[in-house]
Design a binder for this molecule. Sequence first.
Ligand SMILES: [Zn+2]
Length: 203
Amino acid sequence: MHCPFCRHPDSKVVDSRTTDDGAAIRRRRQCGSCGRRFSTLETTTIAVIKRSGVTEPFERSKIVSGVRKACQGRPVTEDDLAKLAQEVEEAVRSQGIAEIEAHEVGLAILQPLRRLDVVAYLRFASVYQAFNDLNDFEAAIDVLRQEQQVQAAGQQALVEEGGHAPRRSKRAAANTQAKTQTRGGKARESASAETQPAQERLL
Ligand SMILES: [Zn+2]
């Protein structure tokens, strides 16, 4: 693997540890030429089995490009797509399997896409689940409507609860803030540690 700073072909491992969830190994490496350090992350690859029987490695970029088409003209950012692809990968990896049918990857996309944008979801689902006619759309929209009603009722209940218990809602706000800070800290950490193509994968 090339040094991401100077492209020198050799580096030595100075530290190696398993990630908390045990799903990957992170290595700290030092370039033999420029001496700078960088990290690599070693994880198992997941093979996606297409209907034709051909397998290809699971890649977030393929999720993003597949979903991007359905999001054309919708208020969905590239960051939203990246987050969705990350969610899909986490869902797939959490199953602890080495192979997955392309069909199941599609299923894993539907839920997070529905939360992101219902129109994009309907577009994606109509192609992916091969909607045949208006009835299929109607059925899918009915499900969405019912869920939105349930959600709206839930939010209304929260608002009322908050009104009666201001102390509790303050604490909830503090919790949320703490979580955001933690997440921000982690994001910074990984952004500084991960340099360009520093991914190493088991084949
Ligand atoms: Zn170097």
